[in-house]
Design a protein around this ligand. Structure first.
Ligand code: SF4
Ligand code: SF4
Ligand code: SF4
Length: 581
């Protein structure tokens, strides 16, 4: 252990601790900008400078390790002045358009400018001008607001193992770019959106879909149906100041009804269809020596990744569409027929924790009924924006229920939003189908938790099935290399592009670097979904009465002709470009 004092307060910490961590231990706040715990610890921006007795000059608290007897001062006039200069320099080359910026109110730079009372721009000089990249269906990059903190670069490279972006050029010309400065649309980006979650400012954001949704809601001739993914309800409340991990299902449904959607459906029901189809596909492959391991396909960032990086492994991917695409196809067919609505007049909006879903809906073979399965994807953040625009008092809303006839979902559908959830939901159905026994215990503890890779073996009447669950694309890469080299003996693989699963998707509320360092955001959001599952009366997808009815009345057998036409898709080999290749 090492002993030191910070602002006169003694503190004891383990050797190797940084000054920043030691200060946080005794509730002393040191501002940071480029720092992102375990991801970007480079000490570049120098916002966290502190004075250390005996040191010449300042120390950078986010990387400087503590030493025995160290005397640290975090808020002397000299320190405050130094931090103000850092801010003045950043702001001198920044597009200061706070009023029209997505991050107005949640921007870490704006907050620091307020705290340090920056009431004028000190240094006026040349400014870099960058072209805005808004070509992709998922991400908009405006580097006129970039502060070169590199949190996005480190996230893309170190967490996702992709390296679609990097810092190029030197000095005043430095900027974040892609190979040959192409649009993100034309490089090896998966649209996972983890860089947006990492960015402290408004340089990265999702492609806006609120305008088109508002216009459809205004149009009396359009029947607007909305569906909401499991992970949205575990995080939407955060946008309204509610504690992380609050389940806001009822309020969310009320808000959507207030906004004027004609029907509010639950994508959890779509997830139940996915389990039926995916479970059936797995059993077919398992019994008939099909391509194994079978890999889940509900995370579109992951699907784009395998198409670009491991096209030879595409036959391993389940042909199932993701839950919202399946559900969209059913809304435009089964629901439209039942309610006698012309499907051409139905506009399906999916509220998702994910920005890759914006890309997914535009893929070929996502038009099961001859129309786009889904017409617009809103992120959790965009839905929050619409609720705020409508001045709905979200926190005080009464709870409402999803609409029938497609509103009933199971606990299995709810846990789709967390890493391991798809596998657990599938095993509940597959194990019962194989063994013929109804299991009392439905929790598969070995594939729960936030580890990046989780391996387990499931006994099905004496037959062992090896499964593996991975979240985050760097972990996915490890599993793909195992499969490619022939070392893997798994039968079933679940992959989610985002670390922790959809609860941590690129469309979820953005939390600050400090919150990411000090709060178990993943754990809290995951608990919200597991508790929905625990409280559900029906916890297995194959017992969902809505699902059973639609198969009986409309789809026929799981994996049958109609189910294939509406609920399955195909994949393509994609070109991959990478920096340095
Ligand atoms: S990035 Fe932050 S400081 Fe810059 S314009 Fe947007 S809100 Fe304002
Ligand atoms: S969206 Fe994902 S893959 Fe694309 S640049 Fe951002 S972090 Fe990298
Ligand atoms: S885009 Fe955002 S995260 Fe990336 S370097 Fe610029 S400010 Fe930092």
């Amino acid at each position: 252990m090492v002993h030191l004092t910070i602002n006169g307060i003694p503190v004891e910490v383990e050797e190797g601790t940084t000054i920043l961590e030691a200060a946080r231990k005794i509730n002393i706040d040191i501002p940071t900008l480029c720092f992102l715990k375990d991801i970007n610890e480079v000490g570049d921006c120098r916002m966290c400078v502190v004075e250390v007795e005996g040191n010449r000059g300042f120390a950078t608290a986010c990387i400087q390790k503590v030493a025995e007897g160290m005397v640290v001062k975090t808020s002397t006039p000299a320190v405050i002045e130094a931090r103000k200069i850092v801010l003045d320099l950043i702001l001198s080359n920044h597009d200061r358009e706070c009023l029209t910026c997505t991050r107005n109110g949640t921007c870490e730079l704006q907050k620091l400018a307020q705290e340090f009372y920056v009431d004028e721009i000190k240094y006026q000089g040349s400014r870099n001008r960058h072209k805005i990249d808004d070509i992709s269906p998922s991400i908009v990059r405006d580097f006129n607001k970039c502060i070169l903190c590199r949190r996005c670069v480190a996230t893309c490279k170190n967490v996702q193992g992709i390296g679609a972006i990097d810092c190029v050029n030197r000095g005043f010309e430095s900027c974040i770019s892609t190979v040959e400065n192409k649009s993100l649309n034309d490089v090896n980006c998966t649209f996972c959106g983890q860089c947006i979650e990492a960015c402290p400012v408004g340089a990265l954001k999702e492609k806006d879909s609120t305008e088109i949704v508002w216009s459809k809601l205004r149009d009396e001739d359009t029947y607007v149906v909305v569906q909401t993914a499991p992970a949205v309800r575990a995080a939407l409340g955060e946008e309204f100041g509610m504690p992380i991990g609050t389940n806001v299902t009822g309020k969310m449904v009320s808000a959507l009804k207030h906004l004027g959607f004609d029907k509010v459906f639950d994508t959890n029901t779509g997830a139940d269809f996915t389990i039926i189809e995916e479970g059936n596909e797995f059993l077919e492959r398992f019994k008939n020596n099909g391509v194994l391991p079978m890999i889940t396909s509900c995370s579109p960032g992951w699907v784009k990744y395998i198409e670009m990086n491991y096209p030879e492994l595409i036959p391993h991917l389940s042909s199932c569409k993701s839950p919202h695409q399946m559900f969209g196809a059913l809304i435009k067919t089964y629901f439209a027929e039942k309610e006698k609505i012309d499907p051409a007049k139905i506009f399906v909006v999916s509220v998702m924790p994910c920005i890759a879903k914006k890309f997914e809906r535009t893929r070929d073979d996502m038009q099961g009924a001859g129309y786009d399965d889904v017409d617009a994807v809103l992120t959790t953040r965009e839905l929050a924006r619409m609720i705020k625009q409508a001045h709905i008092n979200f926190v005080d809303l009464e709870d409402s229920k999803f609409d029938s006839p497609m509103g009933e979902a199971t606990g299995a559908g709810a846990i789709f939003g967390v890493t391991g959830g798809v596998m657990e939901a599938a095993l509940r159905t597959v194990q019962e189908k194989v063994t013929g026994n109804a299991f009392e215990k439905l929790e598969y503890e070995s594939i729960r938790g936030m580890d990046g890779i989780k391996r387990a073996e499931v006994d099905m009447n004496g037959t062992k099935v090896k499964v593996v669950v991975a979240s985050g694309l760097k972990n996915a890469q490890i599993i793909m290399e195992e499969i490619k080299s022939g070392k893997a003996d798994y039968q079933f693989v679940e992959i989610m592009a985002c670390p922790g699963g959809c609860i941590m998707g690129g469309g979820q509320p953005i939390r600050t670097s400090k919150e990411r360092s000090t709060i178990d955001i993943r754990g809290k959001r995951a608990s919200a979904l597991y508790s929905i599952d625990e409280k559900s009366i029906i916890r297995k997808s194959h017992e969902n009465p809505v699902v059973k009815k639609i198969y009986e009345e409309y789809l026929g057998e799981p994996g049958g002709h109609k189910a294939h036409e509406l609920l399955h898709t195909t994949y393509v080999k994609r070109e991959k470009y990478n920096l340095g290749e």
